[in-house]
Design a protein around this ligand. Structure first.
Ligand SMILES: [Cu+2]
Length: 148
């Protein structure tokens, strides 16, 4: 298995839960299955998916039999879709730090991963300032505010 672009996200430092996202590439030609995940950072770690309920709202659901990854295929864990859920966080998640998790595959066995914590931006408005110089003027400082 090859894991790319893995990260875990909590909505705030006070959050009691978090979700991890990544791409898992099956480098074998044989089908495999992500069965379970373990980590010390939370009381419970579960494989989740989103399904649409009868009233049209997307809800998270635990996946009991894991995620199939066909031979040479890639499983994408992404926001609004399949993800790894951490419930009952043992410690606050701090942006820039990382956590250790273990993925358990039916055929490939356990895989230890260190994945970075990327917190949600507090606001979509970011502001920063920087200084620069032009050939025709003295160095000066601007400040910008922009949203993304
Ligand atoms: Cu979830």
């Amino acid at each position: 298995m090859l894991v790319n672009d893995a990260y875990v996200r909590a909505s705030s430092k006070m959050a009691k839960s978090a979700a991890a996202f990544m791409e898992i590439k099956n480098i074998s030609s044989q089908d495999d299955r992500l069965l379970d995940v373990e980590s010390k950072v939370a009381k419970r770690v579960e494989l989740h998916t989103h399904i649409k309920s009868d009233d049209g709202v997307m809800k998270m659901r635990r996946v009991e039999d894991g995620f199939l990854i066909s031979g040479n295929d890639t499983l994408r864990l992404e926001r609004g879709g399949n993800h790894i859920m951490f419930m009952g966080l043992a410690q606050p998640f701090v942006n820039g730090e990382s956590i250790l998790i273990t993925l358990f595959f039916e055929s490939a066995g356990p895989l230890d991963l260190e994945i970075p914590i990327k917190m949600k931006e507090r606001s979509t408005i970011k502001s920063h300032s920087h200084s620069h110089s032009h050939s025709h003027s003295k160095p000066h400082t601007h400040s910008h505010t922009h949203s993304d």
